[in-house]
Write a protein that binds this ligand. Structure first.
Ligand code: PRX
Length: 641
């Protein structure tokens, strides 16, 4: 048995693509009828990109959890929905069948209700990668609360900012999280985030690490005790809340080119269709296979390809708590063998880091269960692609290079495994429904002459079901960020090449957003954090090529504090400040102290020059004549680390 909308040949892809563009409403209406709706939609699509206002399946009523859980019970109730592999290989794993997962989700949904959570309330989830994280996410969706998952690596300050932006009154967290050799004290980070907070009414704490925590009377409750009350009442099922297709499902914060992360909003109907459709088609999932996506649920990849995509498709989704290199660099390969994983989906940065360990961690690993490999999050270099193909896929597994974003809900450009051609380091063809265009600086569409390969800024002319609807609490920001750069187009922020076959190769961000180990970080965000340090006068942050991380963070800092003689200490202090303000993922790899920054006469920092110096291209800095003080460039160049 397969999915009626699963594409099975290159010819069929071309035909479906053509249909999806000529009549999107007919095409997506056809796909959507294979899902569970309480009420059918009135119109498939209404939209304009000027406001923007995008409505898919308007008038349709549903609950995504009925699609992810209830509808599978009759046919696959005892099949594993989630398999959980703990951080330490000697700890017991856990398997939750669809029946059990539905029961737990309903019980925790009741816990949320008992604690005052209502439809439309925002619930911040700050947990490690344990099954309870997926349960919390789905329980919110069950009662129509909007989840906002915050990655466990973010600082108290980042959480506080997100809580206030989303006006969240509820938090679900853990005492701590295990990640490799580390034990991260999540609850105490939450406590710091809540100092002075007046809006959070309840914190539900799940036990994982048994790290000592302080439970505040009247505010903090234990997950286990709350669940026990519900179990004692014999509750095993609750009705799902009926949601409008366009009701928000979740908020997920992501970095942009300005300092403040924005809360990308996805809605119930369109996102569900997109998560499912792309999961089924890109990975060519077959019932019974084990799908292993190594992302954290704190990022969009985990939302879509650990939780909503696989579960809505009745798949078995494997969730891993730990890291690829602990206790050794064979951890992923052991997991693949242990569960006979068929689909393995990870980031190029993980592949490059594992490549560095050579052949030894692969010795004795079978890996013959693998059918499809995938990558996501950043461009994959050819060397890493071939290593993955030869050593992991044994040259028999198609590799899907999936290009997408938090804002897009699911994959937009990717080959379909074994169905459409794969080209190393090319994401290749758009999914059905996607009208990609390359434009020049002025928004003029770039059209190839003959067989040439063209390059430009990547835009999209019309909506697909998984497109973001707004940025939480600030629709104008959504408009200016994505829909105002070029008229009537969604601007991705990425540059790309397109060859004569219509294949796309993503070249990277063209705005001030960095991609460090597949994590998106705004340069302005890092600068703001560095500038918080008492001794820092000003800073400028740029990216530079990094062998493992893809991009590293290079910070130029004007320092005027005391103790300036000990640069090592100051560097450490600055790193500490960034960790406190954002989290360890945003720590600069290099800090260069400078006495000035190259600025134009109007006071704008010329990042182009700083980027070139950071990249080591010091000999050809281009035109520096418009600079206020060209001498500064000389100093910076000579002092390059
Ligand atoms: O620059 C692109 C890069 O990651 C950005 C989106 O980051 P985020 O919203 O965190 O989502 C990451 C997971 C979907 C994009 O603008 N990116 C993502 N996938 C690829 C990629 N760059 C090249 N190739 C990819 N496959």
């Amino acid at each position: 048995m397969s999915y009626p909308y699963q594409i099975s040949s290159f010819e069929e892809y071309k035909e479906k693509y053509r249909q999806s563009i000529s009549d999107p409403s007919a095409f997506w209406g056809d796909v959507a009828q294979h899902f569970s709706w309480r009420r059918k939609w009135d119109t498939v699509l209404e939209w304009n990109f000027t406001e923007p206002k995008i409505e898919w399946f308007k008038g349709g009523k549903l609950n995504i959890t009925e699609n992810c859980l209830d509808r599978h019970i009759a046919t696959r109730g005892d099949q594993p929905a989630l398999i959980w592999e703990p951080n330490a290989p000697d700890e017991n794993s856990r398997t939750l069948s669809y029946k059990i997962l539905l029961e737990k989700v309903c019980q925790f949904a009741q816990v949320l209700k008992n604690n005052g959570v209502k439809k439309g309330d925002r619930v911040c989830i700050y947990m490690g990668m344990i099954p309870e994280l997926a349960i919390a996410v789905l329980a919110c969706a069950r009662i129509g609360a909007i989840h906002s998952v915050v990655f466990g690596g973010f600082s108290a300050q980042s959480i506080a900012d997100r809580l206030s932006d989303a006006q969240a009154a509820f938090i679900v967290t853990c005492d701590g999280a295990f990640r490799g050799a580390k034990d991260i004290p999540l609850k105490s980070v939450i406590d710091d985030a809540l100092i002075g907070n007046k809006t959070v009414k309840r914190v539900i704490v799940c036990t994982r690490t048994r790290t000592p925590v302080s439970m505040i009377k009247g505010r903090d409750v234990w997950w286990e005790e709350e669940m026990k009350h519900v179990e004692e009442q014999g509750i095993t099922f609750i009705e799902a809340e009926e949601m409008d297709a366009e009701d928000p499902l979740f908020i997920l914060y992501t970095s942009g080119s300005t300092g403040k992360p924005k809360g990308v909003v996805h809605t119930c109907g369109g996102y569900m269709i997109w998560a499912n459709y792309t999961f089924v088609n890109v990975f060519q999932y077959r019932y019974g296979q084990v799908h292993f996506c190594t992302a954290d649920i704190g990022w969009i990849t985990g939302h879509t390809y650990i939780v909503y995509g696989p579960l809505s498709a009745g798949a078995t989704s494997l969730m891993f708590e730990g890291v690829p290199t602990w206790p050794d660099a064979g951890r992923f390969w052991d997991i693949i063998d242990k569960y006979k994983v068929a689909i393995f989906y990870t980031a190029p940065t993980a592949i490059r880091s594992l490549m560095g360990f050579g052949q030894e961690p692969l010795q004795g690993k079978d890996l013959s269960s693998l059918k499809v490999l995938g990558t996501v999050g950043e461009p994959i270099n050819e060397e890493a692609w071939h290593w993955y193909d030869e050593n992991v896929g044994k040259k028999k597994c198609p590799i899907v290079d999936t290009w997408w974003q938090t804002e897009t809900g699911g994959c937009l450009i990717s080959n379909l495994a074994g169905i459409t051609p794969a080209v190393p380091s090319w994401a290749t063809l758009p999914m059905p429904g996607l009208q990609m265009v390359l434009v020049d600086e002025n928004g003029k569409e770039i059209v190839a002459e003959g067989e040439e390969t063209v390059s430009g800024n990547l835009c999209i002319k019309a909506p697909w079901p998984g497109i973001l609807r707004t940025t939480y609490g600030d629709h104008e920001r959504c408009r200016t960020n994505y829909f105002a750069t070029y008229e009537n187009m969604y601007f991705t922020g990425d540059g790309a090449l397109r060859d004569k076959n219509g294949f796309y190769r993503i070249t990277g961000r063209v705005d001030d957003v960095l991609n460090v180990s597949g994590h998106r970080i705004g340069t302005a965000e890092v600068e703001n954090a560095i500038n918080m340090h008492a001794g820092v006068v000003e800073s400028a942050v740029v990216g530079y090529p990094h062998d493992i991380k893809g991009q590293g963070i290079y910070a130029y800092v004007i320092y005027n504090g005391v103790h300036h003689s000990d640069e090592t200490l100051i560097r450490k202090d600055i790193l500490q400040t960034v960790t406190r303000i954002i989290g360890a993922i945003a720590k600069p790899d290099k800090i260069q102290f400078v006495s000035g920054l190259p600025k134009t006469r109007s006071g704008k920092i010329m990042r182009r020059i700083l980027r070139k110096i950071a990249e080591g291209e010091v000999s050809n800095l281009g035109d520096t004549s418009t600079l206020l003080d060209p001498g500064v460039v000389e100093e910076i160049r000579n002092g390059k680390l």
